[in-house]
Write a protein that binds this ligand. Structure first.
Ligand code: BG6
Length: 461
């Protein structure tokens, strides 16, 4: 008997996590990354002063966690390799204990019929490389390509789905525009260079992979559809420019191999073009992704600016638009982000119509909740709000598939509650809650719902 929302055969049901957020910074030998450094110098910038050394201890408990994934019928799981763990210092010799750890994790996943999807870079630059300028420095793109090659060599026999970067726009925004990631610089010209160099590094890794391996390689982008306040030309223009900066400056080079001309023209007009090399054009053009991970949390509502920016102030993308607090929009009351389920459908239709219907999946979607303990009943978190959130998004995803979008799966952020950068443990997202004192994992109600949907490959209304 068919379900109301039946997904295509072999649909990828799973969740996502990242190394720095789960492994435990003090576990096993590893080099320092920018998070260790920032926390050492400014612990009070982190929620409740909790830093990356305290996490959910995946390093020691991965077998138990993978058994829990199996229990809820995951057939795939995205995790990242910590660059500074695999190659302390970012360049040079690999750390044999890291090779052993990641090998065991991938083997354990495969033994449990859970396909590992592996991200090479989830916000965690090795400190030594940041000290020579991080993504501002073109040399780091070479170091990254060497790291990627090493990872393919070591694990490419077992890992068949790779992602070069997770949300590359976030380190740009956080580290170089809005001060929520290390190195806490506010400088749009540097931000643009960092974004550009990231895509050069990305293309180098794609090239190396395609030359020697037969799996798939892609990138994970957080796409935030940009909705204008009105159809007035000024609002439409503001929304278009916002889309160029925050979505298309990564989506277009990754999928089409080139930057949008409107973006190039705008940056040229304001003297903000990044430094490039002649060979970059061909590098980007010839090394397109096979697969796109889409992280979707919330849309952007955009309006034209009420006043002109001071032309003597430093250039910022925000010169061209303002955020718009649309009256009546539905909010997640426990995190403060807008919930707009149809956004997931709009993204997929856009990929179908304008990006060659590239193979894609939802690589993150999820609902963060503060003080989630308030929903504890008999030791289990009754997160009906999360079940509704997932269901409502899956319904729109289902509709996009019915309309021919090339969508292969849905991963929740995240498998178990974990440390989340500056927000540390403020917002909980997991299928499993984690007691930070005992490290005990407990399935939330949403885990049971998801287990059933995954097993049946769909659900009823
Ligand atoms: C995603 C990131 O964008 O948001 C994750 O990929 C992050 O790494 C997640 O943890 C949740 O963020 P926050 O700030 O709500 O805890």
């Amino acid at each position: 008997m068919s379900l109301d929302y039946q997904f295509p055969e072999n649909f990828w049901w799973g969740s996502a996590a990242s190394a720095t957020q789960t492994e435990g910074g003090e576990n096993g030998p590893k080099g320092k990354n920018i998070w260790d450094k920032w926390y050492e110098s400014e612990p009070n910038r982190f929620f409740e002063n909790i830093g990356p050394e305290v996490t959910s201890d995946f390093y020691n408990r991965f077998k138990e966690d993978i058994a829990n994934m199996k229990k809820i019928h995951h057939n795939s799981f995205r995790l990242s390799i910590s660059w500074a763990r695999l190659i302390p210092g970012g360049r040079g010799d690999v750390n044999p204990e890291a090779v052993d750890f990641y090998s065991k994790v991938f083997d354990e996943l495969i033994r449990n019929d859970i396909e590992p999807f592996v991200t090479l870079y989830h916000f965690d630059m090795p400190l030594e490389l940041q000290e020579i300028g991080g993504w501002e420095n073109r040399e780091v793109t070479e170091a990254y390509a060497d790291y990627a090659e090493k990872a393919f060599e070591l694990f490419g026999d077992r890992v068949k789905k790779w992602f070069t970067f997770n949300e590359p726009v976030v380190p740009v925004e956080g580290g170089y525009l809005y001060d929520f990631h290390y190195p806490n610089i506010v400088d749009a010209k540097k931000a643009i260079q960092v974004g550009y160099n990231t895509m050069v590094a990305h293309a180098k890794a794609v090239k190396l992979y395609h030359e020697n391996y037969d799996g798939k390689i892609g990138i994970v982008l957080n796409l935030t559809p940009s909705y204008p306040r009105s159809q007035n030309p000024a609002d439409l223009k503001a929304s278009h420019i916002c889309d160029l900066f925050f979505n298309r400056s990564f989506l277009d080079p990754a999928v089409k191999g080139e930057y949008p001309q409107d973006l190039i023209d705008l940056l040229a007009e304001y003297n903000q073009l990044p430094a490039t090399k002649p060979e970059d054009k061909a590098l980007l053009k010839e090394n397109l992704v096979d697969l796109l991970g889409v992280n979707y949390y919330q849309p952007r509502r955009v309006k034209a600016r009420d006043s002109q920016p001071n032309p003597d102030s430093p250039f910022m993308p925000d010169w061209f638009f303002d955020n718009y607090e649309m009256p009546g929009r539905k909010m997640n009351p426990y995190r403060g982000w807008e919930i707009y389920e149809k956004g997931i459908y709009d993204i997929m239709i856009n990929l179908k119509e304008n990006y060659g219907n590239i193979e894609s999946f939802i690589s993150e979607n999820g609902m963060g909740v503060q003080n989630e303990e308030r929903f504890l009943v008999d030791g289990r978190i009754e997160d009906d709000y999360r079940i509704d959130f997932i269901k409502d998004h899956l319904k729109w995803l289902h509709k996009s598939i019915q309309e021919g979008c090339n969508v292969k799966g849905y991963h929740l952020w995240t498998f178990m509650d974990n440390w989340s950068w500056m927000n540390a443990y403020k917002n909980r997202y997991g299928f499993y809650s984690v007691d930070l004192k005992t490290q005990q994992r407990t399935a939330k109600k949403s885990a049971s719902w998801f287990a059933e949907a995954s097993e049946k490959n769909g659900f009823n209304d």
